[in-house]
Ligand binder design. Structure first.
Ligand SMILES: *[C@@H]1O[C@H](CO)[C@@H](O)[C@H](O)[C@H]1NC(C)=O
Ligand SMILES: *[C@@H]1O[C@H](CO)[C@@H](O)[C@H](O)[C@H]1NC(C)=O
Ligand SMILES: *[C@@H]1O[C@H](CO)[C@@H](O)[C@H](O)[C@H]1NC(C)=O
Ligand SMILES: *[C@@H]1O[C@H](CO)[C@@H](O)[C@H](O)[C@H]1NC(C)=O
Ligand SMILES: *[C@@H]1O[C@H](CO)[C@@H](O)[C@H](O)[C@H]1NC(C)=O
Ligand SMILES: *[C@@H]1O[C@H](CO)[C@@H](O)[C@H](O)[C@H]1NC(C)=O
Length: 504
């Protein structure tokens, strides 16, 4: 009896899935190949996941209304065989699926919420175009004139993905959909950053991974124009200042293996950068930037020590109330500075711990300091400092301007000092600026939780050759010119796992 039920259910599911899949393909064939001025398309709620409006000549890509997280709506360019969104218009502030949206073209593409009578997004191109087309590269372009000059293209406004042939310049950046992490291009490197929360007011993004190319340094000339990177068909990410041979090659697994397939590189929700190619049935992983789980900010979150190589997490300090690693996930980052710029009590408590260091310490700014006490004091008196690690070997005082993350075991000459946001403050939303209102009753400053090294005893001692570290530092030393672009306050919005909401 149950077997019969199961079979019936299974057949019913297969029928539903088949009809969904078939529907999307048929619709893609019906969608326009070009939008002319005066075009307008209304959202049709009968589409369950994706309503194509414009397709490329090959029928592989389509622009249309995309349903995200079951209730939200975005405009997206989809890779149809995988239903993967290569580009999204408003990933960090999607509209309601019930918004009764419309997409129109009047020289610019405009996504509007008809019910609320408001514009959700517009290309706002300087020059007004004659038509909108989707190229066979997945690039959405607004073209004008008979020469098809480009007034706007989606390739210049990537979301979390770049595809093969798409230039990523220092004017643009990749962001995870929740805007927690970003990838940016510097003069002769590219790097991954933890983005400060929108409320933090002007804190710089913290770099957690960096690829610098020695050869690129020689080939890239000051004043020779901005650098850009591009995923190439041969299976690498090339860095360029001008066309021609790349100044740097970051090779993927299939580099020069003759694999001719559609490639993409994506900054994923976990903060890792990965490259894939489409092998006609699935996305094959071809490159992973961070292979040590402890090098990813999402592996343990804040206020944890990450155990290499397993990526297991232990709390930096025992949570006094059983709430895990001291409310790490609640408050997040932000600033400890009051609106006046001064430090306000009650926002945090202090944790000291020996034999730990940031896994990415080559990327953490440091000052020279005579002692652990001096190093700690530099951080304690600076309200934008979240932690300091003193190395008794080198006299370096590493100063972290984000809550302790990616902390790993180190030799016993390393002394760590960390500020842990107090639970009360975290529960208030962890905002900056609100600091002034914190009452004396919340004062927990000075509660120093001194954690013995016992739990760490078994940990692998993480030794790096000092010379190697110094060499890396030399390489990075004159790269500080990169100023992360202005952080736009676009509201908070957590990641949407697109791929999983789409499996057919
Ligand atoms: C894409 O279009 C260009 C011309 O616009 C053409 O040369 C190329 O062969 C096309 N590629 C594919 C995969 O259709
Ligand atoms: C990428 O940049 C190069 C050099 O500026 C340019 O020639 C090329 O057209 C750009 N490609 C795209 C797709 O914008
Ligand atoms: C945390 O607390 C538990 C019990 O209260 C104790 O056994 C353990 O050693 C503590 N861990 C650290 C790292 O202090
Ligand atoms: C730092 O190094 C000096 C000299 O090697 C030693 O005397 C001192 O005890 C060390 N301090 C710590 C905290 O390890
Ligand atoms: C405070 O710390 C921030 C970030 O670590 C740093 O940029 C700033 O220069 C420091 N300010 C002072 C006065 O040391
Ligand atoms: C997705 O939906 C779930 C459940 O409705 C919700 O908790 C979550 O915040 C939503 N995520 C986004 C990004 O809106």
């Amino acid at each position: 009896m149950e077997a019969v039920h199961f079979v019936v259910l299974w057949v019913a599911m297969a029928v539903v899935l088949a009809s969904l899949g078939g529907g999307a393909v048929d619709a893609a064939q019906e969608a326009a190949k070009e939008l002319r001025r005066g075009f307008s398309a209304a959202q049709d709620q009968s589409y369950s996941q994706f309503q194509p409006v414009l397709t490329d000549p090959t029928g592989v890509f389509a622009l249309g209304f995309l349903r995200v997280n079951s209730t939200m709506l975005d405009l997206a360019v989809l890779h149809l065989p995988s239903s993967f969104a290569l580009w999204r218009a408003i990933p960090d502030r999607p509209a309601q699926w019930s918004a009764s949206a419309s997409l129109s073209f009047d020289g610019n593409l405009v996504l509007a919420d008809l019910a609320a009578n408001k514009v959700l997004w517009s290309t706002a191109a300087a020059g007004v175009g004659d038509r909108a087309v989707l190229l066979n590269t997945s690039n959405l372009q607004i073209q004008s004139g008979s020469s098809s000059s480009v007034a706007w293209q989606s390739f210049d406004y990537p979301s979390e993905t770049i595809v093969q042939g798409q230039n990523l310049t220092s004017q643009a950046a990749l962001h995870t959909f929740d805007r927690r992490f970003a990838m940016r291009i510097g003069t002769n490197y590219f790097a991954l950053y933890i983005e400060p929360p929108p409320s933090s007011g002007g804190i710089a993004a913290a770099m957690y991974w960096k690829h610098t190319a020695l050869e690129a340094k020689a080939q890239i000339v000051a004043g020779g124009g901005p650098t850009y990177v591009r995923v190439e068909p041969d299976g690498y990410l090339g860095m360029y200042q001008k066309e021609g041979p790349p100044a740097d090659v970051l090779s993927f697994d299939t580099f020069n293996h003759g694999v001719r397939a559609f490639r993409r590189m994506t900054l994923e929700a976990d903060g890792n950068l990965r490259a894939y190619y489409w092998d006609a049935s699935r996305w094959v992983l071809d490159y992973t930037a961070i292979t040590d789980p402890c090098g990813l900010p999402t592996t343990c979150g804040a206020y944890a020590v990450c155990v290499q190589p397993s990526g297991r997490c232990a709390c930096l300090a025992n949570a006094t109330d059983g709430s895990g690693c001291a409310a790490a996930s609640v408050g997040g980052g932000g600033s400890l500075c009051g609106s006046t710029g001064g430090e306000v009590g009650g926002l945090y408590w202090e944790v000291r711990r020996q034999s730990v260091e940031p896994v990415n310490k080559e990327l953490v700014p440091f000052e020279h300091s005579p002692s652990a006490e001096d190093c700690e004091a530099r951080c304690a008196r600076n309200c934008s400092c979240w932690g300091a690690v003193y190395s008794n070997g080198t006299g370096y005082c590493y100063l972290m301007d984000y809550p302790a993350q990616m902390i790993v075991a180190a030799d016993d000459r390393k002394m760590g000092y960390f500020k842990v946001r107090s639970l009360e403050e975290a529960a208030r939303g962890g905002g900056s600026g609100r600091a002034a209102g914190v009452k004396a009753a919340l004062l927990a400053v000075g509660v120093a939780v001194f954690v013995a090294g016992a739990a760490l005893g078994a940990y692998m001692v993480w030794k790096r050759s000092r010379t190697a570290a110094d060499t890396r530092r030399q390489i990075g030393a004159d790269d500080e010119g990169l100023s992360p672009g202005p952080y736009k306050n676009l509201g908070s919005f957590s990641a949407v796992e697109l791929s999983s909401s789409f499996r057919r």
